[in-house]
Ligand binder design. Sequence first.
Ligand code: IPM
Ligand code: MG
Length: 360
Amino acid sequence: MTKTIAVLPGDGIGPEIIAEAVKVLETLQNDFGLAVQLEPGLVGGAAIDATGYPLPADTLELVKKADAVLLGAVGGAKWERLPIARRPEKGLLGLRSELELFANLRPALLFSELANASTLKPEIVAGLDILIVRELTGGIYFGQPRGIRTLDNGERQGFNTLVYSESEIERIARVAFESAEKRQKRLCSVDKANVLEATEFWREIVTRVSQDYPNVQLTHMYVDNAAMQLVRAPKQFDVIVTTNMFGDILSDLASQLTGSIGMLPSASLDANNKGMYEPIHGSAPDIAGQNIANPLATILSLAMMLRYSLNQPELATTVENAVSQVLRDGLRTKDIQEPGQNTVSTREMGEAVVAALRAK
Ligand code: IPM
Ligand code: MG
């Protein structure tokens, strides 16, 4: 049966990297018999410019009907002066909450070809394979009340609320334990339980849920220590589960262990594995339109889509192998370039992946 994929390029480098992932998808359609139909949609600044809203009703209808969503990135200087509630980022957050994509999987995997691209010593990162499971529809990103107010004494004050209910913690914990069961069976829950009650509660619930997963070794770590440990000895981690904001921060950090944020894909899943797939990097306005962005994180996100939402694990591996192949062949976009290496453009990288697929 033909599956529908909503394709939302968004802003900045979004359209450039999505164009390369679409070439890969088309190759899978034409040469590998993948039955999918692509439906384009607007989100973020592109949607604001066209309709006034970061997540227009048409787009919402499209993504709700689709089997999976492929997203580029949102945001840029042009829309930074809008109130937070009307910014491009609200389009992305709206997609996550409207589709109830509470489980964000962010693998930080080092391709052996890129061991020298990391700013850390190769022996610290060689063989690195971490999965960050980030809670995506709760916590301080969505907590109420929030806003900017004026107090009785006339002073202005900004405020947000960090709140997690038991069911929210329990369901993300289960995703993390189940992921750990398929890997090295080690789960580290990251919190700030020494200061924040909401995460003291997080620790309590994760510990309770752990009783259902006796094969998984659970540890807890404060987020400040986790940030340090990720740089000091990252290979101690297998799966990390954490809150929305801590996951946002730690996944950017983890990306640098692998050489470049341009390499890291993500999957955001609901309870039924319907998902949205996007690179973890943003819209990178500073390099937009220059044909130099790395499309591999988006292409690897597509591989995650094949695995989690389209039930095509073999094709997923085929795409991942094609990415390894182009790296082995020495192709490097600017972000993963090492001294003495030539760089290729966004399009050349995408086309090389397509060629590697066709050579299979
Ligand atoms: C991410 C991004 C987003 C987030 C932004 C663009 C809203 O940084 O996906 O990590 O904070 O979640
Ligand atoms: Mg982020």
